[in-house]
Design a protein around this ligand. Sequence first.
Ligand code: NAD
Ligand code: IPM
Ligand code: MN
Length: 367
Amino acid sequence: MLPAAVRKEYTIAVLPGDGIGPEVTAVALRVLRAVAKAHNFGLVLIEYAVGGEALDRYDEPLPKETLRACKAADAVLLGAIGGPRWDHETGARRCETALLGLRKSLDVYANLRPVQVFEGLADRSPLGMDRVSGADILLVRELTGGIYFGTPRGQKAVGGLRTGTNTMTYREDEVARIARTAFTWARRRRSRVTSVDKANVLEVSQLWRTVVAEVHAAEFPELALDHLYVDNAAMQLILRPRAFDVILTGNLFGDILSDLAATLPGSLGLLPSASVGASVGLFEPVHGSAPDLAGQGRANPMGAVLSAAMMLESLGEGVAAQRIRNGVAACLQEGVATADLGGTASTSTVGEAIIAFTAGLTTAKSQ
Ligand code: NAD
Ligand code: IPM
Ligand code: MN
């Protein structure tokens, strides 16, 4: 007789953070608990402090206990960090350094930011339905290098004048590994990679372009590759969003282009992300702590919920992940949405609707 199937159980370090972070994370956790029950796997969800909340309680934005728990977990789910209350902080006390430290410590060098214009949504885009409907882009952002981490950095007096310095630097192995990530995803999608850089001006981008082309020629010659300068890429993204499949770019350009790409579906609140590379993945919405919305129950929780779906996918629970995505799509089709998408629903009402649609849907239906 075969042994009874062992029920899988995943330990998730949950970092709600600041501002709307705890509000959208609470919805993501409710959705996760519902699908875990329906799909018969276990989730151990333990919350830890990060960002401004951690600074207030433990006097550091990334407490050792939080980092230790993240490294030991199967995955990390994060809400958002930062806000005006802590904006006067500098150096290692800045909230944002917690996120950078976490990404670096987990070695999650590949940040995947999918941007899709869901059906029933296209009329929400400020760019107009004709232009955006059907757009389906995967932005692959290098996350643990570039100007975010390069040295020298800092502020000092030079010739009696205050001078600020940051350094954009990439080694060939850092470029090659993120290029492989982008090409591998393109193979599963529409076989096109657009690499975005500033090679007309920056030496770091000239190396980037050379290495991307070498990896392409040696390992992925069957895929289409083109290169765009970042300024032109920003314009093309808005003018011809359907022309893009996978966008491969560095840390800073990826940060900027992903918020820009949020204008395609019409709200930053919709965009999820997965940061992967080593053993433990970090999953967080693309948006920040939205101080203008915090505490009002008006934040869109869909980016957080879809980040939870990306987490389940990476843990091997693809059917449950698809069920969540279908639930969000159904919600949008029925017009249950927060104000950023023109709706009137609260954060928790959207959460309840996602759970209801998720429960009512059959599994593995592709949208
Ligand atoms: P933000 O992403 O917080 O907000 C930008 C705009 O988008 C605001 O108008 C906001 O209301 C809107 N918005 C964001 N999320 C939304 C949601 N879920 N639903 C509806 N509308 C939403 O960016 P910001 O205002 O530039 O930054 C605020 C703080 O967040 C800063 O301290 C910044 O460093 C931090 N931040 C953190 C992260 C993160 O934790 N991953 C990401 C970006 C910014
Ligand atoms: C993001 C954020 C972060 C970044 C900040 C908060 C450090 O803007 O995840 O897009 O710049 O990477
Ligand atoms: Mn950003």
